[in-house]
Design a protein around this ligand. Structure first.
Ligand code: G6Q
Length: 549
């Protein structure tokens, strides 16, 4: 397969970007009252307004031709058929099966995966109901009051983000905590306020060999035994989520307390599997299944809708437009919802670990940019920090705004202000403020002319800065499922266009290997031969600090 950058579709977009240099988005709106209706669509409880983008019908036509040149429908079909689209690891990618709830037929190597999925879902229901209803008791017969989920990366970011997003659905009797970092501070500070007799640990690790998770799990076990003084307590206070039964048993967790998943579930796509157990514990299994339903609805939309009305495809193409033709290196995600505070971090992994690749599936180096830097934090806080750069800096930063129209916390006056701010930011980015407008405003305020001349350049906003607005009715489990699946599919589409394997993550390996060598060096008095002088000095300084303790 030739590089996508060598196709006529790509070249025509390069040409098109040079043509749009003179466009002003505010003029496009003035000239076309139907713009917002034409560049918007509503699916699965999400209204996407993408009219505030530097696009016309012609742009969209050319972008869609690019998707076709990349054979998007072929790759979508391969995914659904359970083919090994994760070619560098030789694995199928079937997270869609996890939320299938019985409608489609998903197979891997000719074997139907649905019975296994259903069986784990029903065990998750039984277990989470038991804990939530007080039938599952701790070793001393007390009810569980706190869940501590220990996992990292894909085994933590999803459940942590979803539990926070669905906090309005949680009961105060069962609190959920997440520990991921091997920095002991996180575990120690989390456990400091907990009682071993009422704490349940969920050890979540696909491989059950991850250094951070196993280290934290061992320390958690020691803390539990320290408090309860009986090895038998482990069976009541530790459950595991993993694909590695042997390692779970070796750790000392009863295999009856293990929730299985499969190698065709990538870590960053695993929130839909038993990795979501903390969600079921926090908000109940029925709500977890509503999350799956929302994702399923987005899957159906993605699979069925024509590309020009397909929300993930449109978001992906807009991202490519700025990333590959407009020179934008980043994508901001700004949820106007405090409970979505971990969404940017979650999407960082989904997007950057999936498409942060420099060679195609065939191992050929690309000659174009692939995955952008994803970043963001909730509005309105973000407005008081980095929005300055988005409005008036020198970089093009496409921004996704995500906003629920109804709040779970309708305190008088708050939500109106939140919503007004969100709409205003998108409008300001699009319209900007011309020099003449800036001048007129200063004149109206009776500012002396010489001061006006000085201030005008600083008070002018170029505008023409693109954004998408994703409106949802209210942040429910169902719409959250659809929103997450939307971004998953967006990342998939972009990966197909860039020709990369979006489902491996070899880039995280080298650092892990070197950390193992350095850890070994800490036990010696001298560094291994061949260690560079910088690393050797750092190791020596650590040795010295330790010997002074
Ligand atoms: C995600 C990655 C990575 C993984 C963690 C945890 O796609 O594979 O973030 O989830 O390294 O791995 P374990 O679940 O095996 O502990």
């Amino acid at each position: 397969m030739p590089l996508i950058s060598h196709t006529p579709a790509w070249k025509s977009l390069e040409q098109h970007w040079t043509e749009i240099a003179g466009w002003r988005m505010r003029d496009l709106f003035d000239e076309d009252p139907g713009r917002s209706a034409r560049f918007s669509l509503e699916e699965c409880g999400i209204y996407l307004d993408y009219s505030k983008n530097l696009v016309t019908d012609e742009t969209m036509r050319r972008l869609l031709a690019l998707a076709q040149a990349a054979d998007l429908s072929f790759w979508g079909d391969s995914l659904l058929r359970g083919e090994k689209v994760n070619n560098t690891e030789g694995r199928a990618v079937l997270h869609m099966a996890l939320r299938n709830l019985g409608r489609r037929n998903y197979q891997v190597d000719g074997v139907d995966v649905m019975p296994g999925i259903r069986s784990v879902l029903s065990r998750m229901r039984a277990f989470s109901d038991d804990v939530r209803d007080g039938r599952w008791l701790g070793h001393t017969g007390q009810r569980i009051s706190d869940i501590v989920s220990i996992g990292i990366g894909g085994s933590s970011l999803g459940p942590k983000m979803v539990c926070e997003a669905l906090r309005p659905y949680q009961s105060a009797d069962l609190r959920v905590h997440f520990v991921s970092n091997v920095d002991g501070a996180q575990l120690v500070q989390t456990l400091a306020v907990l009682d071993p007799a009422t704490t349940l640990f969920v050890i979540a690790s696909k491989t059950f060999t991850t250094q951070e998770t196993i280290t934290n799990a061992q320390s958690a076990r020691a803390w539990c035994l320290d408090g309860l003084h009986d090895d038998a307590a482990i069976a009541r206070h530790f459950v595991a989520v993993s694909t590695n039964r042997e390692a779970v048993i070796e750790f000392g967790i009863d295999p009856h307390n293990m929730f299985e998943f499969w190698d065709w579930v990538g870590g960053r796509y695993s929130v839909w599997s038993a990795i979501g157990l903390p969600i079921a514990l926090a908000v109940g299994m029925t709500r977890f299944e509503e999350l799956l339903t929302g994702a399923l609805e987005m899957d159906e939309h993605f699979v069925e809708a024509p590309p020009e009305r397909n929300m993930p495809v449109i978001l992906a193409l807009l991202g490519i437009w700025y990333n590959n033709f407009g020179g934008a290196g980043t994508q901001a995600v700004i949820p106007y919802d405090q409970n979505l505070q971990y969404l940017p971090a979650y999407l960082q992994q989904v997007d950057m670990e999936s498409n942060g690749k420099r060679v195609t599936r065939d191992g050929v180096a690309v000659d174009y940019q692939t995955g952008p830097v994803i970043w963001g934090q909730p509005g309105t806080d973000a407005q008081h920090s980095f929005f300055q750069l988005i409005h008036q800096g020198t970089r093009l930063i496409p921004t996704d705004f995500i906003l629920p129209l109804r709040s779970h916390h309708p305190i008088d006056g708050h939500h109106d202000k939140l919503v007004a701010n969100c709409f205003a930011q998108a409008q300001a980015l699009m319209r900007g403020r011309t020099e003449a407008e800036a001048r007129a405003e200063l004149e109206a305020a009776n500012i002396p002319p010489e001061t006006i001349d000085k201030l005008v350049p600083h008070r002018t906003f170029p505008g023409n800065r693109p954004s998408n607005m994703l409106l949802i009715e209210q942040l429910t489990p169902r719409v959250l499922g659809a929103l997450i699946a939307l971004y998953e599919h967006k990342v998939f589409v972009q990966g197909v266009i860039w020709g990369v394997d979006s489902f491996d993550q070899w880039g995280v390996e080298l650092g892990k290997q070197l950390a193992a060598h350095i850890l070994a060096d800490f036990r010696e008095t001298a560094c291994s031969p061949g260690v560079d002088s910088s690393t050797a000095t750092l190791i020596r300084r650590y040795h010295m600090a330790m010997s002074e303790e």
